[in-house]
Write a new protein. Sequence first.
Length: 468
Amino acid sequence: MEKTLIGPQLRQIRHSHKHTQSEMARRLGVSSAYVNLLENNQRSLSVKVLLALSDAYGVEARNLVKDNSAMQLADLRASVRDPIFSGQQPDLTELRAALDHTPKLVEYFLQIHKNHHALLETMRSMSSGDVSAEMQTIRPETAIHNFFRDHANHFPQLEAAAEAARAAVGGPVEDLFANLKRHLKNAFGIEVSVAEAGAMNNSLRVFDQERSTVTLSEALDPINRNFQLAHVLALVSCSSLLDTLVSDAEISSETGRARCRVELANYFAAALLMPYDAIFDLAEQTKYDIDRIATHFAVSFEQVSHRLTTLQRKGAQGVPFFFLRIDTAGNVTKRFNATPFTLAEQGGSCPVWNIHSAFALPDVIVPQFVELPDAGQFFTISRTTNRPVNNRHTQGRRLVVTLGCERAHVHRVGYAAPFNLDETSAIAPIGINCHICPRRDCAQRAYEPLHVSLPLDANRRGSTRYQS
């Protein structure tokens, strides 16, 4: 590995966990003097310490170094941990030797492993009936998700633009709606009005650029009226920036580009309502108490949950969260990810995960520790969120939002405080989808996996008909 200095990043990781150099040294298996040298850029990062950081602090290696050989070693180590491989895993010495002596073979192996997971995704889509004539192409949802994740779900340009816009709007939180209306009128000549729900043709917001008008439905509560006006402000105040970012996303379809623009404008709106420094400081002070943060900024539980996934600024990095929103049928209607949590990319259809039981407990936060088949452990909280109701036919249309982080970060999250973090028996073993989940002893298995043969003993009955 080429000489790699990560002093500032290492110091930020240590401070975010409130660890001394001695505590970090203990977790990394090195001396405190060595940690001091690393933080002062007097020693370069070794592969051993890089992998130890990944294990101890849940740090993505790609976020620390750019050296290709180090990345390949980290990818190789992650790949051999896949549960499709049985038996004892190769140790670090063996993996490094493979990379040193057969680099092309390692490259092929990693490509095969990547293709394997792509095939599993296709199987998952087929098993859920999610099949189209264009299955071989990347869908807009996937392309947008990948674009946001490639940027660690953080866009400094939009943060800066939102901060400037909030300063221009001015005023306290309680007057934000009136101030947004005045700013849109004075700066852009846009008139804002609220119309009866019956006159909106099932729309919640209509922005007529030609007439310079914004019409909001009376079905929107004050929180969402503010968000919609902040969204419109993004469209008119930083249109060229949105164009540049959408172009960078390299999404082929016109619909996909339009949807990406909407998501970027939503990012701006959330950043305007919850400025970075203010929400980061409050999140750290309250140990990520979502309701407390929502009250302070006059926003919703869902809006805070989504915003927390974007706090990835260097030097002021929040807990890396993933965010999912599902409907009662288990369809994922929104997803953002700043973690290695693969389930967040592929859905939430595992019945062992309590994300679904949250529907039976409206407005109650449901916590859970979960473990993926590759042994990655996460802490999740799930809670219902309500959709706007404008007539008797739209009552009870709830969704569930889930926020989760790697187990290494739970000491920063107050919702995990009641748990015994040293106790592992309560961790729920979940998977992505029964068709591709390799777990052999799951009592909730509904299908035999497509890519793994489960042994069957006709003389023994297990917890399901697929297990003996």
